[in-house]
Structures are given as C-alpha cells and as structure tokens.
Ligand binder design. Structure first.
Ligand SMILES: Nc1ncnc2c1ncn2[C@@H]1O[C@H](COP(=O)(O)OP(=O)(O)OP(=O)(O)O)[C@@H](O)[C@H]1O
Length: 246
C-alpha cells in the first residue's frame, strides 16, 4: 500500500505539490491526470524515492520508498543503442547485482510477456519500431518483478491504434503480475480504460481535486471504448480536469 500523508514538495520557494493525502491499495491500477506542469511527474518521482518530500510522510508498505522495489517506464524508452534487446533488459538485473543464472532466466519470459518474439532478443534498438522499443522498455521494468510500476506517459509518442493495443496488453500483464500501477497520461480515454481510479490534479500547486472510481468489469477491450458508459466516465474526468485547470 502506498500512503501519502500531507506530502508537499517545493522547488526553490515554488510549491509544486500542495499538502496531499493519498492511499493506493496494493495491486491497484491508478491513473493521474492534470494540466501540464501541475506536478504529476514530481509525484511519481516522490513515490519512486527519487525526490524527497519537503514535508509530510510517504511510505510504501510502511517503508520509505527508496527501500522498496519500484520500476519506472518513461515516454522515451531510453534503451542503450549498443545493447541488444536481451542485454537492455538485463541491465537492471546487473545494477541490482542479480545477473546470476536464476535471475537471467527471467529475461526470455519478460520478452514474451510484452509480445516480442525470441528472435527480437538479438536485435539492436535501431532495428526495432517505436512500439517494439516501448515493449523492450516495459520488459526491462518488469524483469525485476517490481511491486510498484510507475509509468510516465509511456505511450504518448505512439499512434492511436498501437496505443490502444498496448493499453490492452498492459492490462493483461497487470492482471497476470498484480503489481500496483501508477500511470500518468494526458489522454482521458486512456486513463479511464486502464484504471480502477482516476486521480485528477489541479493546476500548480498540484492538489488531487477528484478521485473518480472506474468500475468496468474485465475484460476491458475495444468494445468497451464504444459504449455510452465509457463516454460518460470520460466526461466526468474531463469535467474535473476543466475545473482544475481554471
Ligand atoms: N528538479 C526540479 N527543480 C526545479 N523545478 C522542478 C524540478 N522538477 C520539476 N520542477 C518544476 O515543477 C513543476 C511540475 O513539474 P512536473 O514535471 O512534475 O509536472 P507535470 O505535471 O508532470 O508536467 P507535464 O504534464 O508537462 O509533464 C514544473 O514547474 C517544473 O518546472
């Protein structure tokens, strides 16, 4: 469980995040939407332990976040160009001192989990499409079996159909692996499709102004996007977004 109690963040006298209380249950998938610059990435970095709160307390399963196993996926896949798919995915295991046979054996299943083929494991990033590079980035995050997966606009650079396909695959992986997910997006439909809750932040200093439960049953697929209920949920989130940006 991720728990924030009155967590605030200030950079050089400018408050970016106003005191915020938030609880995210273990295994929940939550999206974070809000106007540009409202502090979404900063909140994610606080959860990852990459930034320290200026005040308040943030714990994951009662521990400070730096001690927990979290993994990040960014919009830019940031693959090392001289390393193959396999060796890019191997990198976090090396950094964690886990480059032993038992851990390395997880790489082929991570490659298959994200929809890549075994032969892709020998390719360099320049030989892969944008979507395939994002899959490698996702596999690199998942190979360490994180408890918390933090995703900062991972699919923003991809075309819409591929983005929808990756949304569906991400949900299937989440169901299978059960990590806690915190997903930043500017796309309301993406947030509603993926999440059990959509948190809406206000303009800076960021505050959570709405916590919208999304209760669609599994499986969530392309048919769901075409329903009136889905459009209505997107409308609710958009309404809060407009209020928060004002
Ligand atoms: N390390 C830092 N030092 C100083 N200011 C920072 C730092 N990191 C973020 N900021 C500022 O904090 C504010 C919030 O940034 P953040 O990236 O969290 O917003 P965001 O909601 O993710 O934005 P976007 O949607 O455009 O990606 C911005 O004004 C940014 O310039």
């Amino acid at each position: 469980m991720i728990q924030l109690s009155a967590v605030a963040k200030t950079f050089a006298d400018q408050q970016v995040i106003a005191p915020t209380d938030l609880t995210i249950d273990r295994g929940q998938f939550v999206s974070l939407v809000g106007p540009s610059g409202c502090g979404k990435s900063t909140l994610l970095r606080l959860i990852a332990g990459l930034e320290e709160a200026t005040s308040g307390q943030l714990v994951i399963d009662q521990q400070p976040p730096a001690k927990m196993q979290t993994a990040f996926v960014f919009q830019d896949p940031t693959l090392l160009p001289w390393r193959t798919t396999h060796d890019n995915i191997r990198l976090p295991l090396e950094l964690l001192g886990q480059a032993d046979a038992q851990h390395l054996a997880k790489i082929p299943s991570a490659i298959r989990l994200v929809g890549l083929r075994d032969e892709d494991s020998r390719k360099l990033p320049r030989m892969l499409s944008g979507g395939m590079r994002m899959r490698v980035s996702l596999a690199r995050a998942l190979v360490t079996d994180p408890q918390v997966l933090l995703l900062d606009e991972p699919f923003a650079a991809l075309d819409d159909i591929l983005r929808q396909q990756l949304n569906e695959e991400l949900l299937a992986i989440w169901k299978q692996r059960g990590w806690t997910g915190v997903f930043i997006t500017h796309n309301v439909a993406e947030a509603v499709f993926l999440s059990q809750r959509v948190l809406v932040m206000s303009a800076r200093p960021g505050r959570i102004i709405a916590d919208v439960p999304i209760e669609f049953d599994a499986p969530r697929n392309a048919d769901l996007r075409a329903t009136a209920e889905f459009a209505a949920q997107c409308g609710v989130v958009s309404h809060h977004l407009r209020k928060g940006a004002a």
